[in-house]
Design a protein around this ligand. Structure first.
Ligand SMILES: C[S@@+](CC[C@H](N)C(=O)[O-])C[C@H]1O[C@@H](n2cnc3c(N)ncnc32)[C@H](O)[C@@H]1O
Length: 289
């Protein structure tokens, strides 16, 4: 699909999580699959999800959205394409996976092809804010830990509203602000997490309502995400030698630093996690109410 040029893809590369995305290929090889071997979606589930708690939460999205063979979904910030492939494999739905960074998008596309899912998952490289609006084609917009990179919430939510069909739904998981960040926390968020702005849950809700959404529901995920990120650091440190052997010391240093900073942020208590669901009203039903 068409590629959109954007400078945002350069600045987001400062985040260590995104510096060496090719490491997924090392992981796939270490799991015993040859360089160009055909794969099944489930073979790479452990390596291709950049959000928290893996495919269980993608399953939650399938259930909430009642996604099936007829559904057309868009994923905002699709990374290596893991959630999009899971949605297609499990629900049989079509997914447009929108990813800002060309190298991630390229890897995502190659993995989708190797998994035999190119007929259902279409990869689109570019900024979601520039995604063409041709009249509301999608049944749902989903996103995991990508919106935190997009400070212009007004433009983003307007875009979501316009690309959804009437009665279309959103299912997002994202960071939120629980308390006032210290200057040090703000710096980590801005530089290491490429997250220049975070609303509180109440602000999130208001922004969705102001942009026309109804049935806005927010579910606090802070406790389980705090546990997850702490466990991730502990596991990383335990396996650090193997990790460095597989990917090299520089990659290992970068990932350790990134995982520790995220864990610190959660445990200071000002960063939270939230699942957000909402619906674009159906004009016909609205008139009848
Ligand atoms: C933490 S990753 C999550 C990837 C994927 N959702 C997953 O869970 O595996 C967030 C992704 O959002 C992408 N992203 C950030 N801003 C974006 C934008 N404006 N448009 C499209 N993608 C964006 C980033 O490049 C990154 O790959």
């Amino acid at each position: 699909m068409e590629k959109i040029k954007t400078g945002k893809a350069d600045s987001i590369k400062r985040m260590k999580l995104y510096r060496y995305p090719e490491r997924v290929y090392n992981e796939i090889s270490a799991a015993g699959y040859g360089k160009d071997a055909l794969l099944k979606e489930k073979d790479i589930r452990l390596f291709d999800q950049y959000h928290y708690l893996g495919t269980d939460v993608v399953e939650d999205a399938i259930n909430f959205l009642e996604a099936g063979l007829q559904s057309r979904l868009i994923e905002i910030g699709s990374g290596l394409g893991g959630p999009a492939r899971y949605l297609a494999e499990k629900a049989g739905c079509r997914v447009t996976a929108v990813e800002l960074q060309p190298d991630l998008n390229q890897i995502a596309s190659s993995l989708t092809k190797r998994c035999g899912l190119s007929g259902l998952v279409e990869h689109f490289c570019g900024d979601i804010l520039e995604f063409p609006e041709d009249g509301g084609n999608f049944d749902a917009a989903v996103s995991w830990l990508a919106i935190l990179h997009i400070p212009d919430r007004q433009a983003l939510l307007k875009k979501c509203f316009n690309i959804l069909k009437p009665a279309g739904k959103v299912f997002f998981e994202d960071y939120c602000k629980l308390g006032e960040f210290s200057p040090e926390e703000e710096k980590i968020l801005r530089e290491d997490v490429q997250c220049p702005y975070l609303p509180t849950t109440e602000e999130y809700k208001r922004q969705l309502i102001e942009n026309g959404f109804t049935d806005v529901k927010l579910e606090d995920k802070t406790a389980c995400w705090s546990d997850f990120v702490r466990g991730r650091v502990e596991k990383f440190i335990e396996n650090r030698l193997c990790y460095a052997k597989l990917h090299g010391n520089e990659v290992a240093d970068g990932m350790e630093d990134f995982y520790k900073k995220i864990s610190q942020l959660f445990h200071k208590g000002n960063l939270g996690g939230v699942r957000i669901t909402a619906v674009k009203p159906d004009a016909y039903l609205k008139r009848r109410r």
